[in-house]
Design a protein around this ligand. Structure first.
Ligand code: ZN
Length: 245
């Protein structure tokens, strides 16, 4: 069974459609949150995910979009974009975002936005933080987003027989067989990549063989930027899409 794993779509419909076309026929679509925020198409992105029967979890931007004072923790640009998102989204979108759980387990995979121990907010950016989270992971394997960086943290044996966590930064098209190893895997961001490659990033997961393949898809970035300009979204957020930072 092939699953498209998408994270941090950030209301970028063109990026979402490009990556769905790139992964082709899949048996399921899973998402890791931050469906909205930053981008110009929050309702259309949620509609597309509903059409595809996507299941997933709530990210910090999804949480902020439904209200409350968490918006105070956002930086200036994220906050301005979130205020626009709150004004813009349909009530059906708000209801869909509010119903997302912060974590879920599907077979041997845990899905979270940030980390297993702090699903909404923690960034996994180092092997030591990954190791602490792998130690409490309730399933053998976990999928996470939030950092917008494609990566895998995998538990292996050191020469003394202890567990060590190693990391792999994939190239587009890289595959990794997880075999029986515990791992935390990040697909990168669909709608706002930050690894220096502006193309949409995602993961194809084979849940039978437990292998993962990272994919990238070029899309019409300028069209997304035009839509953001028309919505008067923050200029820095518009510019960074072109650089993938
Ligand atoms: Zn995000």
């Amino acid at each position: 069974m092939r699953v498209a794993v998408l994270s941090d779509i950030h209301a970028n419909l063109r990026a979402l459609d490009a990556i769905l076309a790139e992964v082709g026929s899949v048996d399921a679509v899973w998402h890791l949150g931050d469906v909205v925020g930053y981008g110009p198409d929050p309702d259309a992105v949620v509609d597309r995910l509903r059409e595809r029967g996507a299941i997933g979890v709530q990210g910090n931007h999804d949480l902020a979009a439904i209200g409350g004072d968490v918006i105070r923790d956002f930086n200036v640009d994220a906050r301005a974009a979130m205020e626009w998102t709150r004004r813009t989204i349909a009530s059906a979108t708000r209801t869909w975002l509010a119903a997302l759980p912060i974590r879920r387990a599907i077979g041997s995979y845990s899905l979270v936005h940030g980390s297993p121990r702090d699903p909404t907010w923690e960034y996994i950016l180092s092997e030591s933080v990954a190791a602490a989270n792998l130690a409490i992971l309730a399933t053998p394997r976990g999928l996470f987003g939030h950092t917008h960086l494609p990566v895998a943290y995998v538990v292996g044996d050191d020469r003394l027989g202890g567990d060590v966590v190693g990391s792999l930064t994939p190239q587009p098209g890289s595959s990794l067989a997880l075999d029986g190893r515990r791992a935390l895997v990040n697909p990168g961001s669909v709608g706002q990549p930050r690894d220096g490659d502006p193309r949409a990033s995602a993961l194809v997961l084979d849940v039978t063989s437990h292998s993962v393949t990272w994919v990238r898809a070029a899309y019409d970035i300028e069209a997304t930027q035009r839509a953001m300009r028309a919505a008067k979204l923050p200029p820095r957020g518009i510019a960074r899409l072109g650089f993938g930072i």
